[in-house]
Design a protein around this ligand. Sequence first.
Ligand code: PGA
Length: 241
Amino acid sequence: MKKYIIGNWKMNQKKEGIEAFFKYVQNHPPSSGTELGICPQALHLPLCLEKAPQFIKIGAQNCAHELSGAYTGEISPEALRDLGIGFTLIGHSERRSLYHEDLKLIEEKVKTALSSGLKVVLCVGENQRERELGKTLLVVANQLECLKAVPYGQNLTIAYEPVWAIGTGLSASPEQAQEVHAYIRSYLFEIFKEKAKEVPILYGGSVKPSNIQELLLQEDINGALVGGASLDPESFCQLYD
Ligand code: PGA
């Protein structure tokens, strides 16, 4: 399977920085086995589509649970498609915790996004307390349950992001991550059978140039979802150079 490196810019970057970012990255295409993506904040999607080199796919960080309608402030999956956006993150832990997105809402979002033709990167992961209580796999299984409402494993990527590792500098060890990734793979097998082999499972949580290689060596880690280390173009390129 190819490797996937997706930058999640969260609520960061400004126009000038974005232009400089893509100018730099343009001269650093990935090798053929690597796919790159950037998820800027929604306001910057058109600018990124305009400025990004062809080898970088632009995705959204979130989208609404309905295609269109009276949902002030929301991001329509249909409008994303219309703009030329191919994929979106759904269920990032910051959406779950800060904006109270629950399992039901995330299931609706996954279904609607897929039905609109968007590819979905579903983010899952336990918090510190859940890990300490030995509930990691249980929490992840709960968060994956929404996939039972999805007919095929097509257009789907999973990102395992332990909440305690996000933005803390404290990445999961390759072994800790692999354990959960292997579990996710087996869970996907139950739902999608052989198709599960084709679903990329990315790791996220304090990934940086200095630790990405050992993570990517793990059997079930097919790439990374990177926050902080994807903001700076040099650091972003070092993730795959
Ligand atoms: P981080 O964020 O790389 O800054 O830990 C990852 C994410 O939240 O997707």
